[in-house]
Design a protein around this ligand. Structure first.
Ligand code: AHR
Length: 495
C-alpha cells in the first residue's frame, strides 16, 4: 500500500522543544572517563582534559541540554568530593557500575566547562537516596550564588569567580529503585522536603524535576502529581527499549528479523506510555505547566563480548537509528507535554552517539539520526495526517511508515520519515496543504541493505547519511518519494 501524508503547513501543534534532543552522560563505564574526559596530560588532544575529537563531533549535534552525573550514580555521588585540586580529591567505589575506582577528577567545574565548550545547558541530578538536604542545598549555593557565602567563597577559591547559570535540577533519580527503593508516597514527601531547599539565588531560576516513574508505573505518576505536582516544573519518565526484557537482553549485533521487529514494536510503545502518563498529569495540571521529562531512553542490549558487564558498552546498528527516529516522532507528537528527553547515553554506554577506543572514535548510526533531525529543534510542529500500510511479522504488525513535519522560523519545512520494513520500499505521496509557489527539495537518507550494518573502528563509515535521490515527482502541491527498506529520510523544502 502506498503511504499518503498530508501536512497542513499553516497549522501548528506546538513547538518542538530543542530539549527533546537532549543527552545524558553518567559516571558509568567509559562514558565520562575515556569517552569525554582524558585529563590534561593525555596524549589524546584535549581542551583542559576534555577530548577534542568527541567535543567537535558533539558540537555538530547542537546538543541543547546534558544530564549529569547519573543515573544511579547520582544517588551515591557526593559533589564535595569532586571539587578542589584534582590530586587531593577523594577516591570512591562506583558500586553501581562495575565496582571500579572513581577518582572524582571529573566534577562540577569540569562538567560546567564541558557544557560551556558544547554551548549546552547543564542538567544536574542531585542525590536524594544517600545524600542530605543540606548537601543538596549547598551544591545549588556553590553553583549559583553570587554573593558572600561559605559555598560561593569555596567556589571562588577553587577558581570560578562568577556563579554558573543552572536551570535544570533533578531531585533524585529512579527513587523507586537505585535511588533509595522508596514507595511513591514516601518519595513524594521526600521530594517536597528536598526541593524546598533548592533555592533560586539572584537571577537564577531553577526548573525542578521530580524523579518519575519506571515505564508504566502509573501509580507513581498519580501519587507524585497529586502530592507534589505544585512543587515541581518537570516529572521524569524512564523507559528503555530492551528486546527480550532485562532478564534476557539480546546482543546488539547478529540479530534476526524477529528481533528487529520486536525492537521497533518496543520503541513505538513509548507512545502509549506518554499518552497514559500525560492523561494522569492532565488531571492535576490541565494547562500542561509541568513537563514530562523523558530523561532516560534508548536501546539496552547485552554488552559487547569480553567487555565489563558493568560498563554497558554496546554496538549500535541501523536498527538503533530507526529506534531513534521513531522516538523522535513520538516525542514531537506529544511536544505539548514532553518538554525534554535525554538519550542514554552520549559516549560508549548503551545507545551511544560515539564509541571510542584509545585515541580512535567513531560516529554511530544513532549519531547520524540526531544530526539529520536537528533541523526540528525549536521548530513548529506541523499538523500531519498519515495513512500507511503495516509491516507484519507473524500475527503482529506495526505501521510501516512513520513521519513528522516541522517549520523553521524562515518558513523552511522539514519532514522526517522512517520506513521500518526490512523488505519493502515505501512509496510515499506527500501533500502539502497551505503552501503556494514553487518548491525546492533537498534530502538525505540513512540506510543499508543489511539490518545489522554498523560502524567499526576499521570501517567507520559503513552507515552514514547519503544524498537521497528517491523523490520521484515534485509539484506545487507536494511530492512523491520512494523510501528504501529500513531507512530514515529527512526532506527539506524551501519555497
Ligand atoms: O542509564 C543506565 C542506568 O539506567 C541509569 O543509571 C539508571 O538511572 C537506569 O536504571
Amino acid at each position: 500500500m502506498k503511504a499518503t501524508i498530508t501536512v497542513n503547513t499553516d497549522q501548528t501543534s506546538g513547538t518542538i522543544s530543542r530539549h527533546i534532543y537532549g543527552h545524558f552522560a553518567e559516571h558509568l563505564g567509559r562514558c565520562i572517563y575515556e569517552g569525554i574526559w582524558v585529563g590534561e596530560d593525555s596524549p589524546i588532544p584535549n581542551t583542559r582534559g576534555i577530548r577534542n575529537d568527541v567535543l567537535e563531533a558533539l558540537r555538530n549535534l547542537s546538543i541543547p541540554v546534558l544530564r549529569w552525573p547519573g543515573g544511579c550514580f547520582a544517588d551515591e555521588y557526593h559533589w564535595k568530593d569532586g571539587v578542589g585540586p584534582r590530586e587531593q580529591r577523594k577516591r570512591m567505589v562506583n558500586t553501581n557500575w562495575g565496582g571500579v575506582v572513581e577518582n572524582n577528577h571529573f566534577g562540577t567545574h569540569e562538567f560546567f566547562d564541558l557544557c560551556e565548550l558544547l554551548d549546552t545547558e547543564p542538567y544536574i541530578c542531585g542525590n536524594v537516596g544517600s545524600g542530605t538536604v543540606q548537601e543538596m542545598q549547598e551544591w545549588v549555593e556553590y553553583m549559583t550564588f553570587d554573593g558572600e557565602s561559605p559555598m560561593a567563597d569555596w567556589r571562588k577559591a577553587n577558581g570560578r569567580e562568577k556563579p554558573w547559570k543552572l536551570k535544570y535540577f533533578g531531585v533524585g533519580n529512579e527513587n523507586w529503585g537505585c535511588g533509595g527503593n522508596m514507595r511513591a508516597e514516601y518519595y513524594a514527601d521526600e521530594y517536597r522536603r528536598f526541593q524546598t531547599y533548592v533555592r533560586n539565588y539572584g537571577e537564577n531560576r531553577v526548573y525542578k524535576i521530580a524523579g518519575g516513574a519506571n515505564v508504566d508505573d502509573y501509580h507513581w505518576t498519580e501519587t507524585l502529581m497529586r502530592e507534589a505536582g505544585g512543587h515541581m516544573d518537570g516529572l521524569s519518565l524512564h523507559n528503555y527499549t530492551v528486546p527480550g526484557g532485562f532478564e534476557v537482553k539480546r546482543p546488539a549485533l547478529g540479530f534476526d528479523e524477529a528481533e528487529w521487529f520486536e525492537t521497533m514494536q518496543l520503541a513505538l510503545h513509548m507512545d502509549e506510555l506518554i499518552v497514559r502518563h500525560s492523561a494522569i498529569m492532565d488531571q492535576y495540571d490541565p494547562k500542561k505547566r509541568v513537563g514530562l521529562i523523558v530523561d532516560e531512553w534508548g536501546t539496552w542490549f547485552q554488552v559487547e563480548p569480553g567487555t565489563n558487564p558493568g560498563f554497558l558498552y554496546q554496538q549500535n546498528s541501523l536498527r538503533d537509528a530507526l529506534v531513534a527516529g521513531l522516538h523522535f516522532h513520538v516525542f514531537h507528537r506529544h511536544c505539548d507535554r514532553v518538554h525534554m528527553a535525554n538519550i542514554a547515553q552520549t559516549v560508549n554506554v548503551l545507545q551511544a552517539m560515539i564509541l571510542t577506543e584509545g585515541d580512535k572514535m567513531l560516529l554511530t548510526p544513532t549519531y547520524h539520526v540526531f544530526e539529520m533531525f536537528k533541523v526540528h529543534q525549536d521548530a513548529e510542529a506541523l499538523a500531519l495526517h498519515l495513512e500507511t500500510g503495516d509491516y507484519q511479522v507473524g500475527s503482529e504488525s506495526i505501521p510501516q511508515v512513520s513521519a513528522s513535519a516541522s517549520k523553521r522560523p524562515d518558513g523552511t519545512i522539514d519532514i522526517s520519515l522512517c520506513n521500518v520494513d526490512p523488505h519493502r520500499q515505501a512509496d510515499v505521496s506527500l501533500r502539502l496543504r497551505g503552501l503556494g509557489g514553487e518548491l525546492n527539495v533537498s534530502a538525505r537518507v540513512l540506510t543499508h541493505e543489511d539490518m545489522n550494518a554498523h560502524n567499526t573502528f576499521d570501517q567507520p563509515e559503513t552507515v552514514k547519511p547519503q544524498v537521497f535521490d528517491g523523490v520521484t515527482s515534485l509539484t506545487v502541491d507536494g511530492l512523491s518519494a520512494t523510501l528504501p527498506p529500513m531507512s530514515v529520510v529527512v526532506l527539506t523544502l524551501h519555497s
